[in-house]
Design a protein around this ligand. Structure first.
Ligand code: CO8
Length: 257
């Protein structure tokens, strides 16, 4: 498929999507989101792909939803089209996704990063939910995911003032897993993704599902969910291989079954 707003590549077992609307700081319009969903559908179906990286440019991961596309929408149009709901499909993916963020991750850009499983930030990264300055509020999970990730005090401040926070503050707040020098961002994210892609895919997917449960249920239910999946893992060949490899002092050769 020919994409116009993203670049799609595979690097070994890693699928790489680069947001590519440089003239608009990678603002997320409907074409971009539709192309991103198509690319992710392809990676999800491809048995050779074990992890995905989404990145932007040096200047911007994404500066938000495309304001020029949105500005004249009416309420019935947003309601009838269920505007933004398809954007959330990124969060429902089963394979792990790393957001490699340099420069601006604002509004929908910050929300897109938070839909991913791990955010690795360049030292140049700036996160924020500036929608309030446009007379709206975050619409793709920003008020919800950010509050769960960094807590009410900071999420409330960021959403109500629209101020940006830099990479260090984002790491301190638990939004990003790690900060790396900008020049090393993509290599680092690809290396992290490759490490994950080398593990057993079903075990990786179950682990992702289990960690995500922590956001949606009580501790007791979450622990029960984890235990059920943990027990189920003993039905996989990869559990036998992983533990045998440890005992034999060799690298595990997972077969994804
Ligand atoms: N939408 C459309 N175009 C944009 C956007 C955007 N969000 N951001 C930047 N651009 C365009 C500019 O209009 C400009 O285009 P042109 O050259 O044609 O005038 C070009 O990108 C470069 O931008 P600037 O000249 O403004 O670059 P600066 O370096 O001076 O400033 C900033 C960079 C601070 C990032 C600035 O561009 C800015 O404030 N952008 C808007 C940020 C913002 O408000 N984002 C929130 C948008 S609303 C939103 O995201 C709602 C979420 C809804 C759900 C999304 C689901 C995923």
């Amino acid at each position: 498929m020919a994409y116009e707003t993203i670049l799609v590549e595979t690097r070994g077992k890693v699928g790489l999507v680069t947001l590519n609307r440089p003239q608009a700081l990678n603002a997320l319009n409907s074409q971009l989101i539709s192309e991103l969903n198509t690319a992710l559908d392809g990676f999800e179906k491809d048995a050779g792909i074990g992890a995905i990286v989404i990145t932007g440019s040096e200047k911007a991961f994404a500066a938000g939803a495309d304001i020029k596309e949105m500005q004249n929408l009416s309420y019935p149009e947003t309601y009838l089209e269920d505007f933004i709901t398809s954007w959330d499909r990124v969060a429902g993916r089963r394979k792990p996704i790393i957001a490699a963020v340099a420069g601006f991750a604002l509004g929908g850009g910050c929300e897109l990063a938070m839909m991913c499983d791990i955010i690795i930030a360049a030292d140049t990264a700036k996160f924020g939910q500036p929608e309030i300055k446009l007379g709206v509020m975050p619409g793709a999970g920003g008020t919800q995911r950010m509050t769960r990730i960094i807590g009410k005090a900071k999420a409330m401040e960021l959403c109500l003032t629209g101020r940006m926070m830099g990479a260090e503050e984002a790491e301190r707040s638990g939004l990003v897993a790690r900060i790396v020098p900008a020049a090393e961002l993509l290599d680092d994210a690809l290396k992290t993704a490759a490490t994950i892609a080398d593990m057993s895919l079903p075990i990786v997917m179950m682990t992702k599902e289990s960690v995500n449960r922590a956001y949606e249920t009580t501790l007791a239910e979450g622990i029960r969910f984890e235990r059920r999946l943990f027990h189920a893992m003993f039905a996989t060949a990869d559990q036998k291989e992983g533990m045998a490899a440890f005992v034999d002092k060799r690298k595990a050769d997972f077969k994804n079954r």
